[in-house]
Design a protein around this ligand. Structure first.
Ligand code: GDP
Length: 298
């Protein structure tokens, strides 16, 4: 988990350390500086305020006077935030057959994440099939085909402009015929209008319900960690449009604002399951809250 978190560690933990070192006693001003660091790191206003309030309570209850002890309190608080509700941070695609629907707006890293996942499952010895459900951009189909080539898995695609639900239908029949363990479905990433998005996704979900109800299902929303509050807004919209079971947060390596992990998970109550930490095929990690916190505070 260390890879990909260097910038965020600088953006949160190192700054917190420096602030704590500059104070001889714990006062309101210190908490204000901590608040600013968390907000700047995209932890989100609500989550930040909750963290600061909890820190103040703990300082009071435990009669803590030394500013340096706040570091451990913060680590404890972030761990609690990431683990305080019934959550399963592991992508759960057992038993086979399974279908993984991947949703998210264009540019967030959806294609790349699908490529990395296809490679991972294939390396685990699974039979993988990919459906090119984003039929609105020819480039999207081409790019996905390239990733599938690299991963060594088959892809089911139709022409640009064809009905995405029809591609998913075809892919499900192919997955059944070829006895695929996992079918990964790309979906269109246009978010210009919520009603369209809902209609498109509903159509796909109805096909899956009807044609592949026996399959274990996960719905993964891909979000770009570098977009901060925008990512949270996207998550809210998609959560209204379909039943998201997990999040993949990409480009964590490219931002000091990895605090967005806390914001999305604690405000939306959808578990982060994967994090993207680079552009390579291996640069995808399972998200483990404890490892995340350990890497952040190492
Ligand atoms: P899509 O439009 O959502 O399918 O996005 P793409 O998969 O094409 O990715 C958009 C850009 O983000 C590409 O240049 C990717 O290489 C890059 N990208 C995707 N995931 C990551 C990641 O985890 N880290 C970094 N640094 N770049 C990423």
């Amino acid at each position: 988990m260390k890879k990909g978190l260097e910038k965020t560690r600088k953006g949160i933990t190192e700054k917190v350390d420096n602030v704590l070192k500059s104070y001889k006693k714990i006062d309101e001003e210190l908490f204000e500086e901590l608040e600013e660091i968390l907000i700047t790191a995209d932890v989100g206003v609500n989550t930040t305020l909750k963290i600061i309030e909890d820190l103040k309570d703990k300082v009071r209850e435990r009669k803590i006077e030394d500013p340096s002890e706040i570091n451990n309190l913060l680590k404890e608080e972030i761990t609690e935030l990431l683990t305080d509700y019934e959550t399963n941070n592991k992508l759960d695609l057992e038993p086979a057959p399974a279908i993984l629907l991947v949703v998210g707006v264009n540019g967030v890293g959806k294609t790349t994440t699908i490529g990395k996942l296809a490679h991972r499952f294939k390396s685990e010895g699974k039979k993988v099939l990919v459906a090119a459900g984003d039929t609105f951009r020819a480039a999207a189909i081409e790019q996905l085909s390239e990733w599938c080539n690299r991963a060594g898995v088959d892809i089911i695609a139709n022409k640009e402009g064809s009905d995405p639900a029809a591609v998913i239908f075809d892919a499900i029949q192919a997955a059944k015929a070829r006895k695929a363990d996992i079918l990964i479905c790309d979906t269109a990433g246009r978010l210009h209008n919520k009603k369209n998005l809902m209609n498109e996704l509903n159509k796909i979900f109805r096909i899956v319900d009807r044609e592949y109800s026996e399959a274990t299902r996960e719905v993964l929303l891909v979000l770009d960690a570098t977009t901060g509050q925008n990512a949270i807004m996207q998550a809210r919209t998609f959560k209204e449009a379909c039943n998201i079971t997990g999040l993949a947060l990409t480009k964590l390596d490219g931002t000091a604002k990895g605090g967005v992990v806390l914001a999305v998970q604690s405000e939306l109550k959808v578990p982060v399951k994967l994090v993207g930490v680079g552009e390579g095929i291996e640069d995808l990690q399972d998200f483990d809250p404890n490892n995340f916190v350990d890497a952040l505070f190492s």
